[in-house]
Structures are given as structure tokens and as C-alpha cells.
Design a protein around this ligand. Structure first.
Ligand SMILES: *[C@@H]1O[C@H](CO)[C@@H](O)[C@H](O)[C@H]1NC(C)=O
Ligand SMILES: *[C@@H]1O[C@H](CO)[C@@H](O)[C@H](O)[C@H]1NC(C)=O
Ligand SMILES: *[C@@H]1O[C@H](CO)[C@@H](O)[C@H](O)[C@H]1NC(C)=O
Ligand SMILES: [Cu+2]
Length: 652
């Protein structure tokens, strides 16, 4: 099958934009101009852009356009913009890009604030450097002001009843002889900045603990000293006949798969319209209408004054795509990768490019007799943590979604230099990783939005529960066996699953489509490790905000405006608009257009190997055909030609 792809000539393929393509730089400029010159928004008060992204076209309009093989005009391209204007008003604006006009402009009055933009975080983080009480605090700790770096942290919500100001807390660190300033926190200082007036509004210096030393915290290889470990041999990937996939704009075809790959400043990578080819019929069959990382909740487990509020929502508060870093060829992606750039609008609405934000490559994992080639799409995000998110498409029909955590832990300064000094009943809220350095306990909950459309959008959620049966009538020498009892979810209440509570396969099926032998076609969701759920009490404020994090799987009725698991406005949110709340509507989900929300969860107890930089830890899940094909589709896929090139040279 793969040979067909070699007949595609990229130059012959049109590069017309697809309705799901991310906003281009020129479109972002049109949006900026349209808004800035529009009546009512063009006053002298600056406009602050917090989100600019493609307004998703109506699903049914898009699907009929897609089925029509692009002969009809595509649905119009619209942008969705969240901006703050004047004193403290959040506007939701739809812009029609072709007519350069504002379609609607609504003021949001509910709780919660939009995603921070980078510029306001940068401005806030420099305020302490000119603030004399802080300069005094730095001096008191024997540090140089020029070595201090501060970062903005969301403050969360802790039961305040009235509307609060849009504030952040600053967490400060010392660089000096290391790039890894995260390992050298300045403890005991609270700095609160009001972002709307850009001023420090609260300051406390409560206690001093030693700043951990710089020695041993640098992770750059040039900074290491003898003795070194053994060096591995070089590795390279060669595809003698060229790449096996074709990229047409944002549409990717490879082997039996095709799908659209986009970038969004909030979500990062977005996979749409993924369909897999059925060899017998020569048809592409729908699998995943849309999939992306909807939220990433990271609550730290230290209730003390300096740490209690550190319960981050990286997607809704910071923007997973905004913090994406450029992937480095040969380091992050192999030699045979293709790269895609991402564009977002900055505070002023001006387009900014993130080069190589996504990469696409084929991977041969020759660990079985069948051909195994996969396309991985890592998108990387960097704050202190790095998350590498992978979408792997397999010729077997599986989509494997993996997330790898690496990077730098958030650590806490302490007077302790040895675990033996810790008092018997004292809770450190973490592990002593190095002298004066505690790696604080925390979780990572990555919630994926998966709008599965298995052979169409009328699907059902089925739990194939595995139950032990007793043989009591003496009909068999056996006393027991297990069997499968299928339960089809009627409403959203039946679509909430706590993984591990009982053995079951989780299936999304289309009961309107049967295989030849009469089974419902379907896909199942299989966990690959990392199934942690939140352990916080239900009445704890971070838990109220992320009330969906107690269950790993939720199934909801499709609703275009329900995309972000923790709600649209997450900074200081109060839990009134999130996945768990939507699920309470208890809509019908049987034979309906449904969305599966799957959370990859880690409880992270730090260990010394996580210092000064954490080695990769991976978990994820797989969407796997289950009675979708008539038989193993790999049988029909011709294996790769083995090529041995002992004497090839590498040219970059
Ligand atoms: C704002 O736009 C309106 C209508 O386009 C125009 O009449 C007005 O002069 C503009 N004001 C400013 C400050 O640019
Ligand atoms: C769709 O979602 C929005 C936001 O949760 C909600 O206001 C609206 O009522 C929902 N519509 C339906 C039909 O459930
Ligand atoms: C490798 O080297 C051998 C001997 O020099 C030569 O015959 C062969 O063509 C080379 N193969 C490739 C793929 O370059
Ligand atoms: Cu962690």
C-alpha cells in the first residue's frame, strides 16, 4: 500500500488552505487590523490580546464539505478572539476573515480570566527588581540582584466569594553559576502583582532559608566534569527512497492513514479528520474527528504559605501551544523528520512565529515480525517542565497517544542538608534531592479531548465488563470462569469511568455498522500506564476547579463550545464551567455524536535521579480497532524492503 504514496507528486497537489488550517500570519494581521480599527475598540486604551485562534467551523458543514472532495466552497474562515480592553473587561469577539469584519463582540462577565499572554508575564516578573523591599530581601539572603529571575504563577481560587483582581504571584530564583535557576528558589517571599495595573500590590518577606548552591545543578554537557559515563555510538535514520508520507499544507497522508495536523496557541497540536483506509473497499473510514490536549492540571502537594496555591492549569492559564519550544533537528526529531511552524498573536495582536513547533516522521520499530511504522508528532512545551506529546499512527489502525515528562522539577529550599536531620513526624511534602533542596510531591493530569467518529458520528460508549461466573449446576468440572457483560451507556452518567475499579474494555462503537459476521464496528481505548486520578478531597479548592480529575474517562454529548476540560476561563476559575459540570446535564449519549475525555495521570514522588534534570517518564493510551476491520489489516500491508547501507555518509 505504501507504494501508492510514491506516485503522489507534492508539486501537483494544490496548497489551497483547508478550513481547519491554523490562522496564517497574514490572517492574524487582518484580525489585528480589523479589531484595532473597529468602532468601539479603537479608543486610546490599549487592547490586550489573550487568545486568537481559528473559530472551528460547524461540524456538519465541514463534514459535508470534506465528503464532497473539496468541490464546493469551504465554510468561511472565522477567528475567535479573547481580549481585555479598558479597565477589566474581557471581550469575546468573532471576526470574519474574508470580509474583515467583526461578527460579534460580547463581554464576558463570569468568573475566571483568560490565558496570560507572555508580555504581561514578562513585565510583571521584572517589577521586583526595582522594588526596594525586594532588593532588601535579596541582600538579606546574600544574593546579587542581577542574578535574580522571577516568574509569574497563577494564584488559583481559594473560596473568595466576590470577584477578585487579576493577580499573579511571583516566584523568584537565583541563577549565578548555573543556567538551572529553578534549583535555587528564594523561599519565604510573597509577591503579588495586579496584572491590570501592572503593580506590586502585596509583599511579604516572612523567613529566610538557605538558597541551594549552584554546584551540581547545571545540566549542560559542556558543564560536566570527569569522570564521564561511556558514550554511545552514533545513530542515524536513512530512507533511501525518500519519505513515505506526503504533506499537503496541513494534510498528511501516510500508509493507510490520512489526517489534518494543526497548531493552536492554547492546545498545541490538533489532529483532525483522521481516517484509515480499508484495503478491500478502497475507502477511507472515519476514526477521529478531532483530538487534542484539552487541559494539563499540575497540583503540588504542599499546603504551606509559599506553595499551597501552586495548582497549575498549564493549558488554560498559560497556553500549551504558547509555551511550545522549537524542536531541534537531530535532538528532538530524527534525520527523516519534516517540521511545521506555528503562529500565534502576541499581546498586541501581532503574529509571532514558533519555528519547528511540530515534527512528523516515520519510525520503524522492528520489534516484531510485522512491519511497524509509525508517525510521531512531538510538540514540546517548556516552562520548567518539558512535555513531549506524541501521536503515533500505526498501519494496524491504532493511534497511540503518548506523553513524556522531562525537564526540571519545581523544588523548595530547606535548611536540611541530609534526610537524617528531618524530625520524625515532620512532613517535608517531598523528597530531599540534594542539600537544601526538596522536590515537592505533585501530580500531572493531561486530559485529552477525543471526538471519535467511528464510521460516522452516531456512536455509543460500551463497557465490556469482565465478570467472574460461578458454575453451580455441576455441568462442568470447573467451578468458575470469566465472561464479558456489555453495558451500553445511555446518558452521560454512564460515561464516567474510574479506571481500575473493575476489569473492563472501554469501547466506542457504531451500532449502525456491522462487520460481515455481524459485530458492531468499534475502537477501544487502552491505557498505557499513567492512570492516576486526583487524591485531593472533593471540597479542596483546586479539586473543585478540576472536579473532572477524579475520573479518568468521561463521555459527553458533542457540543461545539465544550472543548476545554477546565472551562474556557481557567485563571482563578471556580469550577462552575468544567467537564464534570457539563456531564451533570446527563444528556443522552447512546447512538449519538459523542466525545471521550481521557486523562493520562501521574502521581509524581520525586527521586534523586530527577535532580538536576528529570529523565523521561512516559505514559499514554491507545485507540485500537476492535471489530473495525474484517481481519488483521497488517496481513494486507506489504512489508518494507530491508535495506542495508553499511557505507552511507550523512549530509545534513
Ligand atoms: C474609531 O472608529 C470610528 C469608526 O470607524 C471613527 O469614527 C473614529 O474616529 C475612530 N476613533 C479613533 C480614536 O481612531
Ligand atoms: C453547549 O455548551 C454550552 C457551554 O457549556 C452550554 O451553555 C449550552 O447550553 C450547551 N448546549 C447544549 C445543547 O447542551
Ligand atoms: C558501498 O560500497 C561498496 C564498495 O565500495 C559499493 O560497491 C556499493 O555500491 C556501496 N553502496 C552504496 C549504497 O553506496
Ligand atoms: Cu512531575
Amino acid at each position: 500500500m505504501i507504494l501508492i504514496l510514491f506516485f503522489f507528486l507534492p508539486s501537483l497537489l494544490s496548497c489551497n488552505s483547508h478550513p481547519l488550517d491554523p490562522l496564517t500570519p497574514s490572517e492574524l494581521s487582518i484580525i489585528q487590523q480589523t479589531i484595532k480599527t473597529s468602532n468601539g475598540l479603537n479608543s486610546s486604551t490599549p487592547l490586550n490580546f489573550h487568545y486568537v485562534g481559528l473559530a472551528k467551523p460547524d461540524k456538519s458543514a465541514l463534514l459535508s464539505w470534506h465528503a464532497d472532495d473539496s468541490h464546493s466552497p469551504p465554510p468561511p474562515r472565522m477567528a475567535f478572539v479573547i481580549l481585555r480592553f479598558g479597565r477589566g473587561q474581557t471581550h469575546e469577539i468573532y471576526v470574519d476573515i474574508s470580509t474583515k469584519s467583526i461578527v460579534s463582540n460580547k463581554i464576558y462577565t463570569g468568573f475566571g480570566y483568560p490565558t496570560f499572554n507572555l508580555e504581561e508575564q514578562t513585565r510583571a516578573s521584572t517589577l521586583p527588581l526595582k522594588y526596594s523591599p525586594f532588593m532588601e530581601s535579596v541582600k538579606k539572603r546574600g544574593m546579587k540582584l542581577s542574578d535574580v529571575v522571577c516568574l509569574a504563577a497563577s494564584v488559583g481560587w481559594f473560596g473568595e466569594v466576590l470577584k477578585t483582581k487579576r493577580v499573579v504571584k511571583l516566584i523568584c530564583y537565583v541563577t549565578g553559576d548555573t543556567v538551572n535557576f529553578y534549583m535555587r528558589p528564594l523561599e519565604g517571599i510573597t509577591i503579588v502583582v495586579d496584572l491590570d495595573v501592572m503593580k506590586i500590590v502585596d509583599y511579604k518577606d516572612r523567613f529566610v532559608v538557605p538558597v541551594p548552591k549552584a554546584k551540581g545543578t547545571d545540566y549542560r554537557s559542556a558543564k560536566q566534569s570527569l569522570p564521564y559515563g561511556r558514550q554511545g555510538k552514533p545513530v542515524t535514520v536513512v530512507q533511501p527512497e525518500g519519505k513515505g508520507f506526503v504533506i499537503d499544507g496541513h494534510f498528511i497522508s501516510w500508509a493507510n492513514w490520512r489526517f489534518h495536523l494543526g497548531y493552536d496557541v492554547r492546545a498545541g497540536a490538533i489532529i483532525s479528520l483522521a481516517s484509515v483506509r480499508e484495503v478491500e473497499k478502497g475507502l477511507y473510514r472515519q476514526v477521529l474527528y478531532k483530538g487534542f490536549l484539552s487541559e494539563l492540571f499540575v497540583p503540588y502537594q504542599d499546603p504551606t504559605e509559599d506553595w499551597y496555591y501552586r495548582t497549575y492549569f498549564d493549558t488554560g492559564e498559560y497556553g500549551f501551544g504558547l509555551y511550545a519550544s522549537s524542536l531541534q533537528p537531530l535532538t528532538d526529531c530524527p534525520t527523516n523528520a519534516e517540521f511545521m511552524d506555528g503562529y500565534y498573536a502576541n499581546q498586541d495582536g501581532t503574529p509571532v512565529k514558533i519555528k519547528n513547533v511540530l515534527c512528523v516522521f516515520e519510525r520503524y520499530s522492528g520489534d516484531s515480525s510485522w512491519r511497524h511504522t509509525e508517525t510521531g508528532i512531538p510538540g514540546q512545551v517548556c516552562g520548567n517542565y518539558d512535555y513531549i506529546t506524541n501521536w503515533e499512527f500505526k498501519t494496524s489502525g491504532s493511534i497511540k497517544v503518548l506523553v513524556s515528562l522531562t525537564g526540571i522539577l519545581a523544588v523548595k529550599g530547606t535548611t536540611y542538608t541530609n534526610a537524617g536531620q528531618v524530625k520524625k513526624d515532620e512532613d517535608l511534602y517531598g523528597t530531599l534531592l540534594a542539600e537544601n533542596t526538596i522536590g515537592v510531591y505533585h501530580d500531572h493530569f493531561l486530559t485529552y479531548y477525543l471526538d471519535l467518529d467511528i464510521d460516522g458520528n452516531k456512536n455509543s460508549f460500551v463497557q465490556a465488563k469482565i465478570k467472574t461466573m460461578r458454575v453451580t449446576d455441576g455441568s462442568s468440572p470447573r467451578k468458575s470462569h470469566w465472561t464479558v457483560v456489555k453495558e451500553t451507556a445511555e446518558t452521560e452518567a454512564d460515561g464516567r469511568v474510574e479506571l481500575g475499579s473493575e476489569p473492563a474494555n472501554l469501547l466506542v462503537v457504531n451500532t449502525n455498522k456491522k462487520t460481515k459476521v455481524g459485530n458492531d464496528v468499534g475502537y477501544q481505548i487502552i491505557s498505557h500506564g499513567a492512570t492516576a486520578a486526583s487524591l485531593l478531597s472533593d471540597d479542596d479548592y483546586p479539586q473543585i476547579r478540576a472536579s473532572y480529575s477524579k475520573k479518568q474517562v468521561w463521555v459527553t454529548a458533542y457540543n461545539k463550545s465544550e472543548q476545554w476540560a477546565a472551562g474556557l476561563y481557567v485563571d482563578q476559575s471556580r469550577g462552575d464551567d468544567n467537564l464534570a459540570v457539563w456531564s451533570q446535564r446527563n444528556r443522552l449519549i447512546k447512538n449519538a455524536d459523542i466525545v471521550v475525555w481521557y486523562t493520562v495521570g501521574f502521581h509524581h514522588i520525586p527521586y534523586q535521579e530527577d535532580f538536576p534534570l528529570m529523565p523521561i517518564l512516559t505514559g499514554g493510551f491507545e485507540l485500537r480497532p476492535s471489530n473495525f476491520f474484517e481481519s488483521n489489516p497488517l496481513i494486507k500491508t506489504r512489508p518494507f524492503k530491508q535495506t542495508n547501507w553499511p557505507n552511507c555518509t550523512h549530509r545534513s
